[in-house]
Ligand binder design. Structure first.
Ligand SMILES: [Zn+2]
Length: 54
């Protein structure tokens, strides 16, 4: 048996989005959802990144 692999983090905004998340989008129910810049742009949402979070 192998150890549990690290979870493959993908953009969580769209289930089919294969992009790696570039940050998070504040979701009214789910909270901070990992998302890529493309999804943030498409939804007109602000992507919170390590850069602009400070
Ligand atoms: Zn995405």
């Amino acid at each position: 048996m192998t150890k549990n692999p690290a979870p493959a983090i993908k953009c969580q905004w769209f289930a089919l989005c294969p992009n790696p998340p570039a940050g998070t989008i504040a979701h009214p129910i789910l909270g901070e959802v990992p998302a890529c810049q493309r999804c943030a742009d498409r939804m007109g949402k602000r992507l919170d990144t390590a850069q602009n979070r400070a």
